[in-house]
Design a protein around this ligand. Structure first.
Ligand SMILES: C[S@@+](CC[C@H](N)C(=O)[O-])C[C@H]1O[C@@H](n2cnc3c(N)ncnc32)[C@H](O)[C@@H]1O
Length: 294
C-alpha cells in the first residue's frame, strides 16, 4: 500500500534503508539477548538433521553481531570454518578478537554473491531477516543463498512469525489493553511498509521451487518462562524503529512520530512488567541442495 509520505517511502528504496533497526550498542545488546532467546527456545543453533563434518564450511548471512557463528565455533572442532556476512560491519567484534576459525565480511545479500563464494558452503544459515524481505527482493535473496551451497549442502532459515504474535496476560486480571492495541497497529504499520510474513509458512515449498530437496519446517514450542524476555526484545525492536525510521524519516499515519511511539511503548512496558506478554513463535526451515550424481 502506498502511503504517500515521501520521507518514509523514498528512504525505503535502498537495501541499507530497508533495514529498520539500529546498529548501535542498544541494538547489539538486543541482538545478543535475542540469540540467547533463540538458543533456549529452539534447543540448538544448527538443527540436528544437519550434519557438520570436521572440514565443513558454514556461512551466516545477515550475521549482525556475529554471535551465531561465534557461539557455534565453541561447539565445533577448530577445523570447521565459519564465515559471517552482513551489509554492515558496524556490529562485528574487532577482527583480532574473533576465534581463529571465524571470519566476518560485508556483503549485501540482495546482490549476487562474489564469485569466490559460490558453491563453497556445507551449511548456510540466515536468522531474523524477515523485516528485510519484500516482494521485489525475496526471489533474488533466495537465489543468492542457494548459490553459496555446495552440492549436498544445507540451508537453514530461522525466523519469528511477527504478524502471528499473540498477546497474553500472565496473571488473572493483569491488563494487556495497551499491548493488544499496539500489537494491532504495529502489524498494520509493517504491512503498509511492504513487509509481510505470508511466505514463512510456505518456506518448505518455496525451498523446493528453488531446487532444494527434503525441506522441512520446525516450530519449537515456546518456553513460557521466556515470555518477559521475548516481550522486552519486541519492545526494543520497536524503539529502534522509532529512532531509526520515524525520527529520521518522518511520522507514520498509524504510529505517529518517534516520540509518540516511544510514549506508547512506555505504556506497553508497564503492562509487561505487570504480567502481560508478546508471544512470538520460531519457525526453523531446513532444506538441502541436491548432492551431485556419483
Ligand atoms: C535482525 S538482525 C539479525 C542478526 C543475526 N542474524 C542474528 O540472528 O543475531 C538482521 C541483520 O541483517 C543485516 N542486513 C540487513 N539487510 C541486509 C542485506 N541486504 N544483506 C546482508 N545483511 C543485511 C542487518 O545489518 C542486521 O545485522
Amino acid at each position: 500500500m502506498a502511503l504517500g509520505i515521501p520521507g518514509i517511502e523514498d528512504a525505503m528504496a535502498s537495501s541499507r534503508d530497508r533495514y529498520w533497526l539500529d546498529t548501535n550498542s542498544h541494538a547489539s545488546a538486543r541482538l545478543n539477548l535475542q540469540h540467547f532467546w533463540n538458543q533456549l527456545s529452539c534447543g540448538y543453533l544448527i538443527h540436528p538433521d544437519i550434519p557438520v563434518a570436521t572440514n565443513a564450511k558454514v556461512a551466516d548471512v545477515g550475521t549482525g553481531t556475529g554471535l551465531w557463528p561465534i557461539s557455534l565455533s565453541t561447539t565445533l572442532p577448530p577445523s570447521v570454518q565459519l564465515h559471517g556476512f552482513d551489509i554492515s560491519d558496524a556490529q562485528f567484534p574487532p577482527k583480532n578478537w574473533l576465534p581463529e576459525n571465524v571470519n566476518m565480511d560485508t556483503w549485501n545479500a540482495l546482490n549476487p554473491a562474489p564469485e569466490h563464494l559460490i558453491g563453497q558452503y556445507d551449511v548456510v544459515n540466515i536468522r531474523y531477516f524477515g523485516l528485510v524481505v519484500r516482494k521485489d527482493n525475496f526471489d533474488g535473496l533466495l537465489r543468492n543463498l542457494v548459490s553459496l551451497l555446495k552440492p549436498g549442502g544445507f540451508l537453514q532459515w530461522t525466523e519469528i512469525n511477527i504478524p502471528e504474535q499473540e498477546i497474553l496476560s500472565g496473571q488473572p486480571g493483569s491488563p494487556a489493553t495497551a499491548t493488544s492495541a499496539f500489537s494491532e497497529d504495529g502489524m498494520e504499520t509493517i504491512a503498509t511498509l511492504g513487509v509481510n510474513f505470508d511466505w514463512l509458512r510456505n518456506l518448505p515449498e518455496i525451498f523446493h521451487d528453488f531446487g532444494l530437496t527434503g525441506a522441512r519446517q520446525f516450530r519449537p514450542k515456546p518456553l513460557a518462562a521466556l515470555r518477559p524476555m521475548s516481550s522486552y526484545l519486541a519492545i526494543g525492536g520497536w524503539e529502534e524503529f522509532s529512532y531509526n525510521v520515524l525520527d529520521k524519516r518522518g511520522p507514520h499515519p498509524i504510529l505517529g512520530t518517534g516520540q509518540e511511539l516511544r510514549q506508547r511503548l512506555h505504556e506497553v512496558r508497564k503492562e509487561i512488567q505487570a504480567g502481560a506478554a508478546i508471544e512470538q513463535l520460531h519457525y526453523v526451515t531446513v532444506g538441502r541442495h541436491p548432492a551431485e550424481e556419483a
